[in-house]
Design a protein around this ligand. Structure first.
Ligand code: HEM
Length: 175
C-alpha cells in the first residue's frame, strides 16, 4: 500500500530542491527527473507542490510517460484530501481549484464552456452551402417547380423543327 501524503506536505515541495507533483491523486517526487524531462524542467516546476493532473493530461503524454510515472510515485492522497480539478471557465488555467478529482484521465481535459463555444465560420463551408443544387423532385409538392429556362427553349426548337418538317412535306405533296 502506498504512503498517504497530505496536501500540506505536498505543498512544501515546490522548488528545484524538491519537486512533488500530484497526478490523479497520486504523489510523485520528480526532483531527479527535472533535467531529464523532455518537456523541460519549467513545466514541472510550474505545478510543483500542486496538482498537475490537467497540465499532464493537456500535453497528451504517451503510454511510456505514464509508465515512467510509476518510477517516481512516493505516495497517494488520503481519500479525504482527494482533489478534483473542476476547471471553471471563468477561471484562468493557472487558477485551478483544489477539489475532489474522480474522473478518468480523459475527463480531466478541459471542454469549452457554452459561452466560449463558437460555431465554425469557415468561408469554405459557406461557399459549399451556396452551391448546393436542390434536385427538382425535392423542390416540394406545392407550388410545383417552374421548368428551367433551358427546357422551354428546347421545346421551342423541337416545335419549330416539327413545323418546318410538316411544311416541307405538305409543300412536296401539294406540288
Ligand atoms: C510528473 C510527471 C511527468 C512525467 C513522468 C513526464 C514525462 C514526459 C515524457 C516521457 C515526455 C516525452 C513525450 C512522451 O512520451 O509523452 C514528456 C514530454 C512533455 N511533457 Fe511531461 N512528464 C510529466 C509531467 C509533465 C507536466 C506536469 C507537464 C506540464 C505541462 C509536462 C509537459 C510536457 C511537455 C510540454 C512535453 C513535450 C512534448 C513535446 O515536445 O512533444 N509534463 N513528458
Amino acid at each position: 500500500m502506498s504512503k498517504n501524503l497530505t496536501l500540506d506536505e505536498v505543498k512544501k515541495h515546490k522548488d528545484e530542491k524538491s519537486v512533488w507533483i500530484i497526478i490523479h491523486n497520486d504523489v510523485y517526487d520528480v526532483t531527479k527527473f527535472l533535467e531529464e524531462h523532455p518537456g523541460g524542467a519549467d513545466s514541472l516546476l510550474e505545478v510543483a507542490g500542486k496538482d498537475g493532473t490537467q497540465a499532464f493530461e493537456d500535453v497528451g503524454h504517451s503510454d511510456d510517460a505514464r509508465e515512467l510515472l510509476k518510477k517516481y510515485k512516493i505516495g497517494t492522497l488520503p481519500p479525504g484530501e482527494r482533489c478534483k480539478i473542476i476547471t471553471d471557465c471563468s477561471r484562468n488555467s493557472s487558477e485551478k481549484s483544489w477539489r475532489t478529482y474522480d474522473g478518468s484521465p480523459a475527463s480531466s481535459r478541459r471542454m469549452p464552456c457554452k459561452s466560449e463555444y463558437k460555431p465554425p465560420t469557415s468561408p469554405r463551408v459557406d461557399r459549399r452551402i451556396s452551391t448546393i443544387v436542390v434536385p427538382r423532385e425535392r423542390c416540394g409538392r406545392s407550388p410545383p417547380c417552374p421548368p428551367p429556362r433551358s427546357s422551354k427553349l428546347k421545346w421551342a426548337v423541337v416545335a419549330l423543327a416539327g413545323a418546318l418538317l410538316i411544311g416541307i412535306v405538305l409543300k412536296k405533296y401539294l406540288n
